[in-house]
Design a protein around this ligand. Structure first.
Ligand SMILES: C[S@@+](CC[C@H](N)C(=O)[O-])C[C@H]1O[C@@H](n2cnc3c(N)ncnc32)[C@H](O)[C@@H]1O
Length: 269
C-alpha cells in the first residue's frame, strides 16, 4: 500500500498555506459537520482531518473528536493550531497518524466524517472498499457516516482545457508578506479509471521580490451518485439522504453541486 496522501506529505508547503487558501478558508461546510457532531453527541472520527479546519470547531463545540490523517505536515499544523486553544478544547482532541485504508483505533464512534473530498484520494476500488470497511468497523451500528465528495460535472470532465492553467483565484497575502496567486490545471483524464491528474499551482512573490512557483500535483478519483451508493451499500451503509450543498439542499437542486451522503451503518452480523 503506498504512503501517498494526495500530495499532502510530499509538499510541506501545502500544509503551511492550507488554512489561508481562500476557497479552503471560506469553505461553507463547517456548520454541517459541527451540527452533525453535536447531534451525534460524539465521539466523532474525522478521516483525513488535515489541519483541523473542521476538527477544531467541532472540539470547540464541546464534542470529543479523533482526527486521522496520513500527512505529518497537515497534522503538525493541526497540533500547532490546537496549542492556541483552551485546555478543554485540546483535551477533546486525539490526533492519529494513519492510513484511512488500514487503521485500527480500538474504539467505535457515534459519527464518522470525511469532509472535503478526502475519500477521493482513494484511487482504486480496493482502496475505496478498504477505507469504507475500516470506517464501518469504527462506527457504532446504526450511527451516521457522512461521505462528502464532489458531483462530477459532465461539462467539467470533458472540457477542452487539458494542460491549461485555469481558475485564477483572488490574490492573498500570508502573514509573512508573501503574495500568493493560485491556478489549477488538469493534465490527464482517465475516463475508464475515473481519475483526474490535477495540479494546484501556487505563484508566490516574496517580500524581497523573489518569485516562486510551487505545484501540488495529485490524482483524484471521481465517482457518480449511483456508483457511490452501490459502494456504500457493499460496505454496509444505508444511504439516508443525498445533499447537493452544505445547506442540505437536495441533489438536483443545483448542478453539479456536491454529493454529500448521510448514511447509517448497518449491522453486518
Ligand atoms: C482536501 S484535504 C481535507 C482535510 C480536512 N478534512 C478539511 O476538510 O480541510 C485531504 C486530506 O486527506 C489526507 N489523506 C489523503 N490520503 C490519505 C490516507 N490514505 N489516509 C489518511 N489521510 C489521507 C491528506 O493528508 C489531507 O489532509
Amino acid at each position: 500500500m503506498s504512503q501517498d496522501t494526495g500530495g499532502y506529505q510530499s509538499n510541506p508547503f501545502v500544509a503551511q498555506i492550507y488554512d489561508q487558501v481562500i476557497p479552503y478558508r471560506d469553505r461553507p461546510d463547517v456548520k454541517l459537520f459541527v451540527d452533525a457532531a453535536i447531534e451525534s453527541g460524539g465521539p466523532v472520527l474525522e478521516v483525513g482531518c488535515g489541519t483541523g479546519r473542521v476538527l477544531i470547531p467541532t472540539a470547540q463545540a464541546g464534542i470529543p473528536i479523533t482526527g486521522l490523517d496520513l500527512s505529518d505536515h497537515m497534522l503538525d499544523v493541526c497540533r500547532a493550531a490546537l496549542k492556541e486553544e483552551v485546555r478543554e478544547v485540546q483535551e477533546r482532541v486525539d490526533l492519529v497518524r494513519g492510513d484511512m485504508r488500514d487503521f485500527d483505533l480500538g474504539k467505535k464512534f457515534a459519527l464518522v466524517t470525511t469532509p472535503f473530498r478526502s475519500f477521493q484520494h482513494m484511487i482504486s476500488t480496493e482502496d475505496q472498499t478498504n477505507c469504507l470497511e475500516n470506517i464501518h468497523s469504527h462506527l457504532v451500528p446504526g450511527c451516521t457516516f457522512i461521505l462528502d465528495i464532489f458531483n462530477p460535472s459532465l461539462a467539467g470532465i470533458t472540457a477542452d482545457n487539458l494542460g491549461q492553467e485555469v481558475g485564477a483565484e483572488p490574490e492573498f497575502s500570508t502573514p509573512e508578506g508573501i503574495k500568493v496567486r493560485r491556478f489549477n490545471k488538469t493534465n490527464q483524464r482517465d475516463h475508464l479509471k475515473q481519475v483526474l491528474d490535477v495540479e494546484l499551482i501556487y505563484y508566490l512573490t516574496h517580500p524581497d521580490g523573489r518569485e516562486e512557483r510551487i505545484v501540488h500535483a495529485f490524482p483524484m478519483r471521481y465517482l457518480f451518485r449511483y456508483e457511490a451508493e452501490h459502494l456504500l451499500a457493499r460496505c454496509g451503509f444505508e444511504v439516508l439522504d443525498v445533499f447537493a450543498d452544505y445547506d442540505k439542499n437536495p441533489l438536483g437542486s443545483i448542478y453539479p453541486g456536491e454529493l454529500i451522503f448521510f448514511t447509517r451503518s448497518l449491522n453486518k452480523d
